[in-house]
Design a protein around this ligand. Sequence first.
Ligand SMILES: C[S@@+](CC[C@H](N)C(=O)[O-])C[C@H]1O[C@@H](n2cnc3c(N)ncnc32)[C@H](O)[C@@H]1O
Length: 271
Amino acid sequence: MAKKKNKKKTMAQRADRHALYQESVQDSEFELDFVQDTYKDIRGHKPVTLREDFAGTARSACVWTKRGKDNEAWAVDFDEEVLEWGRKHNYDKLKAKQQERVHFLQSDVRTVVTPQVDVVLAFNFSYWILKQRADLLAYLKSVHSTLKDDGIMFLDAFGGSEAHTTQVEKHKLDGFNYLWDQNKYNPLTQEMQCYIHFRFPDKSKLDKAFSYSWRLWGGQEIDDLLIEAGFSKVRFFVQLFDDDGDAMDEFEETRDVTDHECWIAYIVAEK
Ligand SMILES: C[S@@+](CC[C@H](N)C(=O)[O-])C[C@H]1O[C@@H](n2cnc3c(N)ncnc32)[C@H](O)[C@@H]1O
């Protein structure tokens, strides 16, 4: 019997959704530059220990250990499949000494127990999976208790009129297109259903490669919850736009946001 030839598979069938995610969504180097610089500006010394919540492939935790010989990281995610991918593709590429300083924890971020750390990350809006106020507050309180006395939590958020609607945003990348699909939005509850799709030059598709059921939390709501959870100060660093209206790789500390159709910000919460 003739063997099936691999070349008959479409690009979508050959694609690895986690690799595509890391290429299109996550920029750990940029995020960790921001984390290190901002922490040092506020505290006057460099952070060393970091917990990556909602870690997925644990990319940021792995990159963290490459940035300093004492840097240590804990990556927390409750999905064994994505953590396993991270072990194979991110962790296995580290040197032995770096591997000793990364810890994978398959656990719920709301109940996980880790040593106290300088920094906790909750990036790419993942905490929006917590839709009830009490649930998000309990999570933020647990993060507060896991931070050292001078620890800082880093989160992100987006908003603006485009966030409060259904729409599909297409980005051309090297060898594939990435689509951000705000598929459903309930303006009463601010619950949204979003997907990531990928499209390939051979016209094949990887639809609903990732699915997110979120509550679109407002900036002020998040600020209030962080303060209620015990954080002493909350800062917003908002992404800047150039004169053509294109987003730049620059974030400015401000609360005075103009009425753009879209804003993205890092949120920095000091213990
Ligand atoms: C959008 S990915 C984030 C990946 C990466 N950290 C980033 O910044 O792009 C969200 C991850 O959160 C995980 N997750 C969702 N709820 C969780 C929970 N309560 N506890 C632990 N992990 C959770 C999912 O399994 C998924 O891997």
